[in-house]
Design a protein around this ligand. Sequence first.
Ligand SMILES: Cc1ncc(COP(=O)(O)O)c(C=O)c1O
Ligand SMILES: *[C@@H]1O[C@H](CO)[C@@H](O)[C@H](O)[C@H]1NC(C)=O
Ligand SMILES: *[C@@H]1O[C@H](CO)[C@@H](O)[C@H](O)[C@H]1NC(C)=O
Ligand SMILES: *[C@@H]1O[C@H](CO)[C@@H](O)[C@H](O)[C@H]1NC(C)=O
Ligand SMILES: *[C@@H]1O[C@H](CO)[C@@H](O)[C@H](O)[C@H]1NC(C)=O
Length: 416
Amino acid sequence: MACASSLFAAVPLAAPVAVFKLTADFKEDPHPMKVNLGVGAYRTDASQPWILPVVKKVEQQIVSDTSLNHEYMPILGLPEYTKLACELVLGKDSPAIAENRVGGVQCLGGTGALRIGGDFLRSWYNGTNNTSTPLYVSAPTWANHNGVFGASGFTDIRSYRYWDPAKRGLNLQGLLEDMEKAPEFSIFVLHACAHNPTGTDPSKEEWQKIAEVMKRRSLFPFFDSAYQGFASGDLDRDAWAIRYFVSQGFELFCAQSFSKNFGLYNERVGNLCIVAKDDDNVTKIRSQMEKLARTIWSNPPAHGARIVAMTLGNPQLYTEWKGNVKTMADRVLLMRAQLKEKLEKLGTPGTWDHLTQQIGMFSFTGLDPSQVDYMIKKKHIYLMASGRINMCGLTTSNLDYVAESIYEAVTSRACQ
Ligand SMILES: Cc1ncc(COP(=O)(O)O)c(C=O)c1O
Ligand SMILES: *[C@@H]1O[C@H](CO)[C@@H](O)[C@H](O)[C@H]1NC(C)=O
Ligand SMILES: *[C@@H]1O[C@H](CO)[C@@H](O)[C@H](O)[C@H]1NC(C)=O
Ligand SMILES: *[C@@H]1O[C@H](CO)[C@@H](O)[C@H](O)[C@H]1NC(C)=O
Ligand SMILES: *[C@@H]1O[C@H](CO)[C@@H](O)[C@H](O)[C@H]1NC(C)=O
């Protein structure tokens, strides 16, 4: 037989995923002062990943618990995990929970929750399979939103205005206008807190205005909650928007991730929390979700869900976890304050108030692509092309270097 060319000869090389490419470049860089401000994960002040002490403790309990095994779990996940996860985001005293119209689906990370929610909506939302239902994401947003909902089959993915670069804050008016103009029943993906990448959240009053328009125009809220506890250090405060929407009678989905607030990135611990009109709705929705999960991952992983369920279900461990979350949030707040202070001390042109006004892991620095390029090429400081930095990449030992480099990046362009 002739030596045929490969059946895959036509496969083009796909572009690398920007944030992982940045980390790979960082790892290869031999420079002693290099700093990684790209990756979306927590780091200690010694630039190390952090295993939460409460997680370590619970893992030891799991290892020594002889009643646990590796049997398949229910397709929709560990029941106590999905229940506790929904309680965490909606509040234990949520009227929707009391009325039995809440249900969870264990998913592979927040990404899996967005995906299965997208797949479900694509087949069942508004009573029809309608791939042209408009689905809106914020401009800008976490880059994967477009990919996930596109893969679910949505063909009309649009963006709503969110970030005002001049103000370095929320473009509330643009956002509300885009909601007013959206076709009725459109789906809106909303960041529950600690908006990625801008670090800018609506205030309570602004959320109230958003909810008012969404209700009047029958827009569906699909919350993405990947940072509960990370924004303010307070789990309830960070869930305020979702709870407010529930109080306003919305049916909604919320994709939850425990990657960040439990530091369980590689265990893929997510939950899709569903709030519907009544328990009958929830039962039927979950039955369809079970069909979807069966064909995608068939059965969810147990380890991370056990850790989260054991922690949330035990008052003492729960208190300990809250302390661990606060430790992470406080370090971020400290780095924000110190970076701002240092930049101002150096007399760096521009205002840097947004560094402390923004919340969560990320900050949109306002550095433009040429300044970002300067930071990477000349200073070996790695950050996203958008100017987004992960505050956890800063430490007390690299902060001066980063601040001086930002000063240089900003001023060197001014002289060009
Ligand atoms: C806004 C947003 N949504 C969802 C996710 C997904 O998280 P997970 O790693 O749990 O899939 C992330 C992670 O970076 C995120 O930033
Ligand atoms: C949508 O399509 C799926 C797959 O073809 C089908 O099972 C489902 O019944 C459809 N949904 C509606 C609301 O017609
Ligand atoms: C599908 O969605 C489009 C866009 O909103 C709408 O115009 C159309 O009427 C919908 N089709 C059905 C069958 O609901
Ligand atoms: C939702 O359903 C209604 C009634 O069938 C239809 O008129 C409308 O176009 C649908 N909207 C979307 C966005 O699918
Ligand atoms: C959902 O709840 C509403 C209001 O109680 C009810 O009218 C409707 O039949 C339910 N839908 C499903 C699919 O169970």
